[in-house]
Design a protein around this ligand. Structure first.
Ligand SMILES: [Zn+2]
Length: 243
C-alpha cells in the first residue's frame, strides 16, 4: 500500500469501517510511515475535539500554531501573507465543517442503528411483531401511507425463504418509520425504512443481532435479524420494489 491509498482510506480506517484485511494493510503502512502516522494523529485529535464539543470545537493546537505562524505580519509581504493566512483559515474552517457534517451523519446513523436494534428486541420480547398482518404488498403500502406523513415505497421479498408477515410503525430518530416484517426459518427480519440521509452501507453484528443498512432510491434501509449472518446478508439482494 502507498501513501496515496492509505490517506484515502484513513477516515474509514479510523471509524473501523474497513474490512479486516484492508484495515490490516492500512495499519501496517501507518506503523511504518511517519507521514501517514502524523495524518492519522491529527485526524484523531480533531475527532476528539469534535466529540468534546458538539456545537463548537477548537482546532488542534498544531493547526492553530500553523495558521498563527502563517498570518504573522512580516515586512514587505504583510498583505500577501495575511491574505494567504485568511485563505488558510477559510480552508481549515471549510474542511472542519465537512468533517463535522460527516461526523454528524455517522453519529445519526449510530443512533438509528441503536434505535432499530431496541425496537427489534422490544417487538420480539413482547410478541407484538406487527400492527397489521398482510402478505399483500398493496394493502401494506396503503396502511403505511395512512400512518406516516411521507410516502415510502414498500419493498417485498419474492425469494424464498422469506415470507412477508406484515408491518408496524416505530419511532426512529424522532420520525415515524414503516417497518416491514418478514419471516425466515425460525427468525423474523425487520426492515425499517426512513427518508434518505445517504447512509454509508454499514454492517453491525452485536448483542446477538445483525443489522445491515444501505441507501437506495431516496430511502435508507435498516434490516435487523437475530438469525444467521448469511440470512441477513441475503435480505438485501432479495428485496424487490413494490410500487
Ligand atoms: Zn504513507
Amino acid at each position: 500500500m502507498n501513501c496515496e491509498t492509505a490517506l484515502q482510506l484513513i477516515d474509514a480506517f479510523m471509524d473501523s469501517e474497513l474490512d479486516p484485511s484492508t484495515s490490516l494493510e492500512v495499519s501496517t503502512h501507518i506503523s511504518a510511515c511517519p507521514a501517514c502516522k502524523q495524518a492519522l494523529e491529527s485526524r484523531q485529535a480533531l475527532s476528539k475535539a469534535i466529540k468534546l464539543a458538539a456545537a463548537f470545537a477548537p482546532a488542534p493546537a498544531a493547526l492553530r500554531g500553523q495558521i498563527r505562524h502563517k498570518i504573522q505580519p512580516r515586512p514587505h509581504f504583510r498583505y500577501g501573507i495575511a491574505a494567504f493566512g485568511m485563505a488558510a483559515v477559510v480552508a481549515a474552517c471549510f474542511g472542519f465543517a465537512t468533517w463535522k457534517k460527516n461526523s454528524d451523519l455517522r453519529r445519526d446513523q449510530d443512533q438509528v442503528i441503536s434505535d432499530v436494534m431496541a425496537h427489534y428486541q422490544a417487538s420480539e420480547s413482547s410478541a407484538h411483531i406487527v400492527d397489521i398482518r398482510s402478505k399483500e404488498c398493496g394493502s401494506l403500502k396503503n396502511w403505511f401511507n395512512s400512518k406516516v406523513n411521507w410516502s415510502p415505497k414498500v419493498y417485498r421479498l419474492f425469494s424464498q425463504p422469506f415470507t412477508m408477515v406484515g408491518g408496524r410503525v416505530d419511532l426512529v430518530g424522532n420520525q415515524a418509520a414503516p417497518v416491514i416484517v418478514y419471516r425466515s426459518g425460525n427468525s423474523n427480519v425487520d426492515v425499517f425504512v426512513t427518508p434518505s440521509v445517504d447512509v454509508k452501507p454499514r454492517n453491525v453484528d452485536a448483542q446477538g443481532l445483525h443489522v445491515r443498512s444501505w441507501s437506495d432510491s431516496g430511502h435508507d434501509y435498516y434490516a435487523v435479524s437475530n438469525g444467521s449472518p448469511a440470512e441477513i446478508n441475503a435480505v438485501q439482494s432479495a428485496l424487490k420494489v413494490c410500487r
